[in-house]
Design a protein around this ligand. Sequence first.
Ligand code: PLP
Length: 228
Amino acid sequence: MNVLDKEHLRANLDKVIWNIEQARITVSEHHIVQLVAVGKYTDVENIATLYDLGQRAFGENQVQQLGARMYALEELPLQWHMIGSLQKNKINNLIDLRPTLMQSLDSLELAIEFNKKLLLKETNMHCLLQVNTANEKSKSGFSNEEAYDMYQTIQETCPNIKLKGIMTIGAHTEDSTLIQKSFEDTYSIYEKLQKDGATICSMGMSSDYELAIKCGANLVRVGSLLFK
Ligand SMILES: *Cc1c(COP(=O)(O)O)cnc(C)c1O
């Protein structure tokens, strides 16, 4: 247990919001960025405190923990995002949780299976296509080359999946030019998909969210900086 002091969390949150503001204004006054606070490494009490401080959207990368936290905080009007890879045997559990956005649709196989289960339950879900922009073996997701076509394919063949945009994790390196390249590549895919209804470009974490925003991200997923 590591329950953080409210004033400590307020300082963390204010700093991140300030930095987001600085970065987004370099793009345009009209460029609005949503902050999703990733609570996967912190205690549920800290999530409740962040809610008290005004934060509404939270992300988790495991279905089980997502469910436990949604249940623990069910009195609060929170938005929940699933951001981790989804195992096939957890699809039904995730559907029953009804998260606001499932950000990590990372293969056609998963999409087909997911759609099938959504159909059986007569429901649908808002999802993002996960792109492995940096082309790293350790990461899942569609390659840059296939992402655009796969987005169309899923829209056509999986009607219960409502695609809202794309998500990526920046290149895992200290070299910011490579990270920037992975964000720029993702943004150019997103730009092409706007005519297909894409409105969310989710990229940027604690180490690179400002860069991601400057490259066009309109949703950032920040964990460790908020809860350190
Ligand atoms: C953990 C995680 C984050 C947040 O990472 P931090 O570096 O702690 O900000 C963002 N996105 C995904 C997909 C994650 O798994």
